[in-house]
Every structure is written in C-alpha cells, then in structure tokens.
Design a protein around this ligand. Structure first.
Ligand code: HDL
Ligand code: ZN
Length: 420
C-alpha cells in the first residue's frame, strides 16, 4: 500500500487546481492535424483571428458585405476582426478572450496590443517548434484528429503512408456524407472505385462497408464519427437508420471500435457565413436510447449541441454503460456551460464521463480551450472533495490524480478497450 498523501482542507482547493492544470490530456475530438498533413494544420495569428467563431461575432458589429470580407486576404480579414472585436469592443466572448489567453501564455506583451509584433514573433517559428511548444504549454499528450477520406488533400496524405507518422496524433474516421448527403457520397465512393449505387442494394451496402473498413484500417481510426442535425430520429426506416444498422454498426462491431454521434447541428442557416453559418438545434435523446438498447455490445461516444438536451443525455448515460458522453461541444464550450454541465455530470455520473474535448481548428487554441476548462473542472471537483472532507472522507493527492486522469485520459482509452 503506497503512502497516501493526506491533504488539509485549507490546501485542498489549491492542490486540486494545480493537479487539474497539470494533468496530461488526451484531446479526443479536434480538427487539428499532425505536421505531416501540411497546410491542413492551421496555426499562427491570422488563422487564430479568422477562426469561424470570431468571424460570426465580428459581423454583428459590421454592415460589411459578406462577399467583400471573403475577397479579403487572410491578413486583411484578421485585421478587420482585430479592430472590431478587440480594439473597438472589449474581447469578452469566450473565443475572443481565448485569443488573449493564447498571447499571454505564449509570452507576448498583451498590453502592447501590437498585432504585427505577435505575427513577427510567430513567423520566426517552424510548425514543428510551434506544435511542440503549444502541446507542452497546454499539457496535451495525445490528439485525436477528424479525418475525412472524401477530402482530396487529406486522402493523399493517407495514401502516401504519412498519416500515422507522429505518434502523438490519432485518427477518427468522419463520414457525415454517408448519412447526410448520400447522393454526394455515392459519387465520391464511385470515384474511389467502390461499386455503389444510390439505390440501397446489397452490393451497395457491401461496398460501403468495405470503404469504411479499408479506411478505418488505413488510418487505424480510433472511432467512427458522424455529426447529424437534431431531426435525427431512430429507428425511422429512413436512409440514416439503414446506413447505421446495415453498414456503420456492423463495421464498428467487426473492427471493435466505438461509434461517435455528434447530434444537434443545423448546417448553413446563414450560408454567407460559410463554416461560421451553422446553428444548434434541439435533438431527440430517445434516438440515442434506442441505439444503446438495440446494440448493448456496441460502444457509443455521444455529444449533443443543444443545452436543453444535456441533462437528459446525462441521465441516459446512467442507464447504459455502453454510452460515454463527452465534451461541451461548440456553442457549449463557453465557461458558463462548461461549469453547468460539468457540475451536473459529476453529480449524476461521478467521474465516469469525458468532461471535455477542445474541437480546436487552429493549433494554439489548445492553450485557451484547455486552460479555461481545466480551471472549471478543477473548481467543481474541489467543491465535491471539500464536501467529502467535511464528512471525514479525506481524498488523497493520489486519488485526485486518479480521478483527473480518468476524466482527461483513461475513460476514453478504457472505452476504446485500449487502456493506456
Ligand atoms: O462538426 C463538428 O465536428 C463541429 O465541431 C464543427 O467542426 C464546428 O464547425 C466546430 O468547429 N465546432 O467547434
Ligand atoms: Zn468538431
């Protein structure tokens, strides 16, 4: 029995915060790429400022023509956003404050507000240096990418065999079009040499399963992922239900990987905003319930986008051990929602959930998305430990580390059957 380090009540909160800030993390859903993916890996000041979250927030302050904005260079767009969201108005939104957190943690003089100084400092760095620096600052040990074989640029990287070069980066196969845009998926699959038709024939099912299996194996994908609008109903006898039942679940079971469902996005409600034009919508938790009940041996990673679905989804996770809820997704990745969701998830599930993923698109975002979340997760945990302490249950430093490691790493790897 190792000596457990008792902690006094007065030191408890500081100890939890320190451990929460320093626990290495597996970030199990991001849009980041390993350096081998070239320009798919976004980093640096202009990419950070033109993050789609900041684009939509900027347009609230401007009558600028959307088309004129999109005709600007990346640097001109970044200058426009910097003026509107940082100089003309205080950067108090989560994404704007996040940019300031990044500047600070990269060691820049935030008070100078000199964008060109920040740009010049980063322009002296290589992408490999920046990846190493940012992962070290943010305390990120492993990153799961979002990988799309229908993206011709990305496909080339995999076909060249360079996709799995960096051991810190893992793949997740993302196949929204198979569920949400079948006609497009058919033409893509045909162009890749799969014998599929729009009609739901046995051959088409067999070939679509072959496509998924071959890419999961090529990428060594940790899970199969889809995002869907909140109108997802299951079972429904529609294309989505047939694709899930007759193609996706069989492949996940054959290759023993989880199926990740990200539910509640309504795409392109304002097409002029492009990637920034998506919206959240209420979803039907009973669809997840039906899947978990129908496939008790299949592991489901699930996150939903509407705040209103979160409590019911958390209660559902109490009913199905093959359901692992994860993250505060997208519009929920704001401090107030991370606080609210982490608190009731802990109160309903204990530490048997994955409280956060970053969803980063630009590499340095790891710094703020994780620092803000770590502080909140630590603070909520400290509240719970203090309550235990007052009843005479004194958590030790080793137990705090265990709990944090479960939520920030091991729950994910254990759910994959790949205990780290
Ligand atoms: O579909 C998704 O995975 C979402 O995370 C979208 O990529 C969204 O644009 C996003 O970046 N959210 O954070
Ligand atoms: Zn995402």
């Amino acid at each position: 029995m190792t000596t457990q380090t008792d902690i006094s009540l007065s030191d408890l909160r500081e100890t939890v915060e320190r451990l929460a800030l320093n626990m290495p993390v597996t970030d199990m859903h991001t849009h980041l790429y390993a350096p081998e993916f070239g320009n798919l890996l976004l980093w640096g000041i202009d990419e950070l400022l033109t993050y789609h979250y900041l684009i939509s927030e900027s347009f609230r302050w401007s009558e600028e023509e959307y088309s004129h904005f999109w005709s600007m260079s990346k640097r001109e767009q970044a200058d426009w956003i910097w003026k509107l969201l940082f100089l003309d108005h205080s950067p108090v939104s989560e994404a704007a404050t996040g940019f300031i957190t990044i500047l600070k943690r990269l060691g820049f003089d935030v008070s100078s507000r000199n964008l060109d100084d920040y740009r010049q400092a980063l322009e002296k760095r290589t992408v490999h240096e920046q990846v190493d620096t940012v992962m070290q600052i943010a305390g990120i040990e492993k990153i799961v990418m979002t990988n799309d074989p229908f993206d011709p640029v990305e496909r080339l990287v995999w076909q060249s065999g360079k996709g799995k070069t960096d051991p810190r980066f893992y793949a997740a196969l993302r196949v929204d079009a198979l569920l949400g845009d079948w006609p497009h998926a058919v033409s893509e699959l045909q162009s890749l040499g799969y014998d599929v038709q729009a009609e739901w024939t046995e051959r088409t099912k067999e070939e679509t399963r072959r496509f998924l299996s071959e890419w999961i194996i090529r990428m060594d994908a940790l899970y199969l992922a889809v995002s869907m609008p909140g109108d997802f109903k299951y079972p429904a006898g529609d294309h989505r239900s047939k694709m899930i039942d007759e193609v996706m679940i069989p492949v996940c079971q054959e290759l023993n990987i989880p199926f990740a469902l990200m539910i509640g996005v309504r795409r392109k409600v304002n097409p002029s905003l492009r990637l920034a034009g998506d919206m959240s919508m209420l979803s039907d938790v009973s669809a997840v319930e039906a899947l978990c009940r129908r496939y008790p041996e299949q592991k489901f990673l699930v996150t939903m986008l509407a705040r209103e679905n979160q409590h019911e989804l958390t209660v559902l996770a109490r009913k199905f051990r093959n359901l692992m809820i994860f993250g505060c997704w997208w519009f929920l990745h704001i401090e107030s929602m991370v606080e609210e969701m982490t608190r009731f998830r802990l109160e309903l599930l204990g530490t048997s959930m994955i409280p956060q993923h970053s969803d980063c698109r630009v590499f340095e975002q790891l710094i703020y998305k994780w620092e803000h979340s770590r502080r909140i997760i630590g603070n909520v945990l400290a509240d719970k430990y203090e309550k235990l302490h007052q009843s005479g249950w004194n958590v030790t430093e080793e137990e705090i580390k265990r709990d944090l490691n479960d939520m920030l790493n091991r729950n994910f790897w254990r759910f994959l059957g790949k205990e780290q």
